[in-house]
Write a protein that binds this ligand. Structure first.
Ligand code: C2E
Ligand code: CA
Ligand code: CA
Length: 695
């Protein structure tokens, strides 16, 4: 830090010393000059007095002195007289010595007679006076007189004054010695006074200023301290802010990276199926849109192949979603192997896959690809312990150059796939416009079905179940029918899948249950007793948490004895239920009996079956159909019978149309038969009329 006080002190001190050093001597010089001038003036005046008073003697002295000897000048009477006169004139004046030189520089007179005769020719004062100019010199006491070479005891001013004759020419020189000691003393005193005064004044000034400067310095230091503190604070704040910015920056960068990663993940998810890694619906649609635009320009045809697994639902239901997912992954991999690279494969969801084929020249090209796809399922899928045989149905839609949209193509392929499925497993089918009409019919039917319940268009028909040995009525299966004003009598195979898809099955199924119980109890009240009745249950009904309550209500309302009610569930429905055992046990606890419908077509494991609280197995119609024609079907029936015997299940065979079938089943020990042989499902009134009288 700049030290103002020190700087000021140094500079002021130098200035004061300088001022004092300059002013003192300057004053002295000026005063001395003044004093010298004054003394010289007095010497001049005295010289005038001497000249006036001693004119004649002087003239003679100068004129005669040339040839006279020194002794004369010292000791003659004239000399003594002159001496006396001079001393007389000197009295009471400051003049302490008088000397007279002639033109040759010889001392012709001196108040100190010893000096008479000395030559002063080389003396500068003398020479100067000889040219007419007065010369003076101050000799301080105790210093050797420059001109005289003697030691002065006084401060003396000697002046060489020219002495002029009548013609004004310089005839000689008069030298006067004036005692200026008092002046010099005075001068000395004054000089000390002045120097002291100056020093004093400057010192006072210095002190005053020093105080001011010190204060200023204090203020400055204070100020500087504050500035330094402020700067430190500022630096800290700047550092903190910089750090904060840096952190915000890195944080921002981190966020950006995270967001980018999330974005690319989102992008990936947006266009891919997370399970199989195939492209997803959105991705497929965008690709198809693009291809449609391209192809419109190039005049090429496109094909969309809709692929649906035939038994996936059963696998999923019976083996669980974990296995189902694994299977989908394997299917995706297998399909990808069989689909050419230029074709795009995507998963639409569930067990639905879709494939785009570009550059189609003829239907034959597409057929080859469809066969490839179906052929991919020729050998089984191995998942852990399971070896699964699957098949796929393929629906194909082709562009016809009539400006089909993406949605047209996908919907048409879907429609064609349904048709392929209807033709049996592992088929492909090309779309035709009448399929759309069928699909529209489905939609119309669904809308009509929605109103059917409220409009009392549904009816419960009953099909008898009889004792194999006696032909006696043991029970009946309730089978729903739809009497539609628009469509006529509709069979459940047509509308039950529709009801399942739309969720209408829950209300419909519960209605059948209630109506059946009501009917049986009404018969009971009027004297016709049906020992047992079976009602079909959809998995959608079972899934409802309130199902047990609804069932209890129906039993309460109708007064139906639970032991007489049998609920039919397909194998796969039972297996699909994670907590099936618990639910079925609650049903059993209510006293209700359970039958496994369509037995033999599903994937139930024996060990699991053993744990189920099931009473009855229903041999599927397809096996009964094969009796006498298909030894495989017969073998299956035998196995089921053995199984039922060992697990103590009751067995009923459905779809019994012929005596041969009935005999075959009777021989194997099947207790109960259901089929056209003993009666179709008919209206309750008809049923009662047929079975009232024991036959
Ligand atoms: P299902 O439970 O297997 O019912 C047996 C089907 O076989 C009935 O067809 C019946 O009419 C038919 N059938 C009986 N005996 C013979 C025969 O000797 N030969 C032939 N060819 N067929 C015979 P339906 O009534 O058309 O019912 C079809 C399916 O609809 C049923 O199969 C059942 O799964 C479902 N279903 C019917 N009513 C209901 C219902 O109220 N609720 C639920 N969830 N499903 C129902
Ligand atoms: Ca049934
Ligand atoms: Ca059945």
């Amino acid at each position: 830090m700049f030290n103002l006080s020190r700087y000021f002190s140094t500079v002021s001190f130098i200035l004061i010393v300088l001022a004092a050093g300059v002013l003192g001597p300057l004053y002295q010089k000026l005063s001395l000059q003044q004093m010298q001038d004054l003394a010289e003036g007095r010497n001049l005046a005295m010289a005038q007095v001497f000249q006036n008073s001693l004119r004649s003697q002087l003239d003679e002295l100068m004129g005669s002195s040339v040839g006279r000897d020194v002794a004369f000048l010292r000791e003659s009477d004239e000399a003594r007289l002159l001496q006396g006169r001079v001393l007389e004139l000197m009295r009471d004046t400051a003049v302490v010595r008088v000397k007279i030189y002639n033109r040759l520089g010889n001392t012709v007179f001196s108040t100190d007679s010893a000096q008479i005769g000395e030559s002063r020719l080389d003396n500068p004062g003398f020479r100067s006076a000889m040219t007419g100019t007065i010369a003076s010199e101050l000799t301080y006491r105790d210093k050797a007189d420059k001109f005289e070479g003697t030691l002065a005891r006084l401060d003396v001013l000697s002046s060489y004054i020219p002495v002029r004759g009548k013609d004004h020419s310089v005839e000689g020189v008069l030298e006067l010695y004036q005692d200026v000691t008092p002046f010099v003393d005075q001068l000395q005193r004054n000089m000390w006074l002045v120097t002291g005064g100056v020093a004093l004044v400057f010192s006072a000034l210095y002190m005053m200023q020093f105080i001011v400067v010190r204060r200023a310095q204090g203020i400055l230091e204070d100020q500087e301290g504050r500035i330094a503190a402020a700067r430190d604070t500022l630096e800290i704040q700047v550092a903190a802010r910089t750090e904060e910015l840096r952190r915000t920056n890195t944080q921002l960068e981190g966020e950006i990276v995270e967001r980018r990663q999330a974005q690319s993940k989102l992008n990936y998810l947006a266009y891919h199926d997370p399970l199989t890694g195939l492209s997803n619906r959105r991705s497929f649609i965008e690709r198809l849109e693009e291809s449609l635009r391209e192809n419109a320009r190039q005049g090429e045809r496109l094909a969309v192949l809709f692929i649906d697994l035939d038994q996936f639902k059963q696998v999923n239901d019976s083996l669980g979603h974990g296995v189902g997912d694994e299977l989908l992954v394997s299917v995706a991999a297998r399909l990808a192997e069989h689909v050419r690279l230029i074709d795009m494969l995507a998963r639409l969801g569930g067990d639905e896959f879709i494939c785009l084929m570009e550059g189609v020249r003829s239907e034959k090209d597409v057929e080859v690809l469809a066969q490839e796809i179906i052929g991919a399922f020729d050998y089984p899928f191995r998942l852990g312990d399971h070896e699964l045989f699957l098949s796929a149905s393929v629906g194909i839609s082709l562009t016809s150059g009539e400006g089909e949209t993406v949605m047209d193509l996908m919907r048409n392929a879907d429609t064609a796939m349904y048709r392929a499925k209807a033709h049996g497993r592992g088929n492909y089918h090309f779309y035709t416009p009448e399929m759309t009409r069928d699909a529209q019919e489905r939609i119309r039917m669904e809308n009509l079905l929605r109103r059917a319940l409220d409009n009392h268009e549904l009816a419960v028909y009953l099909q008898p179940q009889v004792d194999t040995q006696t032909g006696q009525l043991l029970g009946a299966e309730a089978l729903v029918r739809w009497n539609s004003p628009e469509l006529g009598l509709v069979m459940p195979t047509r509308f039950i899948p529709l009801a399942e898809d739309s969720g209408l099955i829950v209300g419909l199924g519960n209605w059948v249950l209630r109506e059946t119980c009501r009917q049986v109890m009404q018969w009971q009240a009027s004297g016709f007793e049906l020992p047992q009745v079976s009602v079909n249950l959809s998995v959608k009904q079972l899934e409802r948490p309130e199902f047990i309550d609804i069932l209890s209500d129906i039993l309460d309302e109708t007064g139906m004895e639970p032991e007489r009610l049998k609920l039919e569930l397909t194998e796969s429905v039972v297996m699909a239920f994670g907590n099936a055992t618990e639910l079925l046990e609650r049903l059993r606890d209510l006293g209700i009996r359970l039958a496994l419908d369509d037995f033999g077509t599903g994937y139930s494991s024996l060990s699991y079956l053993k744990l189920l609280p099931v009473h009855q197995l229903k041999i599927d119609r397809s096996f009964v159909d094969g009796i006498g024609r298909n030894s495989g079907d017969e073998a299956i029936i035998r196995t089921i019978m053995e199984l039922a015997r060992s697990l103590e299940f009751e067995v009923v065979a459905e779809g019994v149309e012929t005596v041969e079938q009935a005999d075959f089943l009777a021989n194997l020990g099947c207790e109960m038969l259901q089929g056209y042989l003993h009666g179709r499902a008919v209206l309750p009134s008809e049923f009662r009329a047929r079975w009232s009288e024991p036959s």
